[in-house]
Design a protein around this ligand. Structure first.
Ligand SMILES: NC(=O)C1=CN([C@@H]2O[C@H](COP(=O)(O)OP(=O)(O)OC[C@H]3O[C@@H](n4cnc5c(N)ncnc54)[C@H](OP(=O)(O)O)[C@@H]3O)[C@@H](O)[C@H]2O)C=CC1
Ligand SMILES: O=C(O)[C@@H]1CCC=N1
Length: 289
């Protein structure tokens, strides 16, 4: 019988925000058992203690324990920052097996560079998730190396579908996925910060400004999801001719809101590519990113 996700041992190299977002989602949806999850970091003991007590999973930064975690894993998930790739890959290189599945969430690092840096031919799934995976509302872009078999392909999709939606895309589209949905939550939070601030500046209490902003964003997202209408059409329905919203949209246009968002998405995509290229260059030259 082929491996089931509920039975798979999943080792996370890196125990920061993104690793926790995925793990929390997997545990809350009961797609994975805490006892089958192994989290590793470099040194932060408080973080490991928190993860153990919050989720009941295995967590360590001890070199021998980490080696044991990796040896027993079916799936290894790379969750370190680009700047730490070089040092962590140096340790990992001799500890991975060709029959394990490698999943990477590292922005910008291509499958070919991951293979070259780790000197491996194991199946690699390159992903770009986002932090909303924490509550099962993540949006993940995913690409596979040609040697990922059907079982592992299914497991990787199942793993990220447990924490949200998955779009399988050609690998050269993962940078723009980073711009749209990887970094995307930050644009929405920034928008919410500004809207709340304007409410407070206009005399609302902090609590009212926060609640009204949150419900507005939630309601608008649900409207797009449930009405099947395009955002442009929904916007038109809010915008009475010569009314308050029309005046607000004119102000946004004066500040090039639309162009600003498009620039932001494209800069995130470009920066992601740059980071991937810097990892490869730094690893070749032996210096950190
Ligand atoms: N945050 C996000 O929204 C998203 C992030 N990503 C990608 O996820 C990756 C991780 O980002 P994020 O979770 O935000 O980063 P964090 O800084 O929150 O976490 C990084 C983790 O890596 C650990 N680490 C560093 N070096 C090693 C090592 N040699 N061996 C084992 N663990 C190590 C750190 O341990 P210690 O604390 O002990 O140093 C820490 O636990 C990045 O590559 C990023 O591109 C992708 C999509 C979205
Ligand atoms: O900021 C970053 O580089 C990562 C990738 C997408 C979200 N966070």
């Amino acid at each position: 019988m082929s491996l089931q996700l509920s039975q798979a041992k999943i080792a996370f190299v890196g125990a920061g925000s993104m690793a926790e977002a995925i793990v929390r989602g997997l545990i809350q949806t009961e797609v994975a058992q805490p006892g089958n999850i192994y989290m590793m970091n470099r040194s932060n003991q408080d973080r490991l203690a928190y993860l153990r007590s919050e989720y009941g999973l295995n967590a360590s930064s001890d070199p021998q324990t980490k080696e044991n975690y990796l040896a027993g894993a079916d799936i290894v998930v790379l969750c370190m920052k680009p700047k730490d790739v070089e040092s962590s890959f140096a340790e990992l290189r001799s500890q991975l097996r060709e029959n394990q599945l490698l999943v990477s969430v590292i922005a910008g690092l291509s499958i070919a560079k991951t293979e070259a840096l780790l000197d491996t031919h194991m199946g690699i799934v390159r992903t770009m998730p986002n932090t909303s995976s924490t509550i099962g509302l993540g949006a993940t872009g995913m690409s596979f190396s040609s040697n990922v078999n059907e079982t592992y392909r299914g497991l990787a999709i199942q793993m990220f579908e447990a924490v949200g939606i998955v779009s399988v895309v050609d690998e050269d589209k993962l940078e723009i996925v980073t711009g749209v949905s990887g970094s995307g939550p930050a644009y929405v939070y920034y928008f919410m910060e500004a809207m709340t601030q304007a409410g407070i500046d206009g005399g609302l209490s902090l609590e009212d400004a926060k609640q009204l902003t949150l419900q507005t964003v939630l309601g608008a997202a649900h409207m797009v999801q449930h009405t099947n209408e395009e955002p442009a059409e929904l916007r038109r329905k809010v915008t009475s001719p010569n009314g308050a919203t029309a005046a607000a949209i004119e102000a946004l246009d004066r500040f090039q809101f639309r162009e600003g968002i498009i620039q932001a998405v494209n800069r995130s995509a470009e920066r992601s590519k740059e980071m991937g290229e810097q990892i490869a260059a730094a690893s070749t030259a032996g210096k950190s990113v």
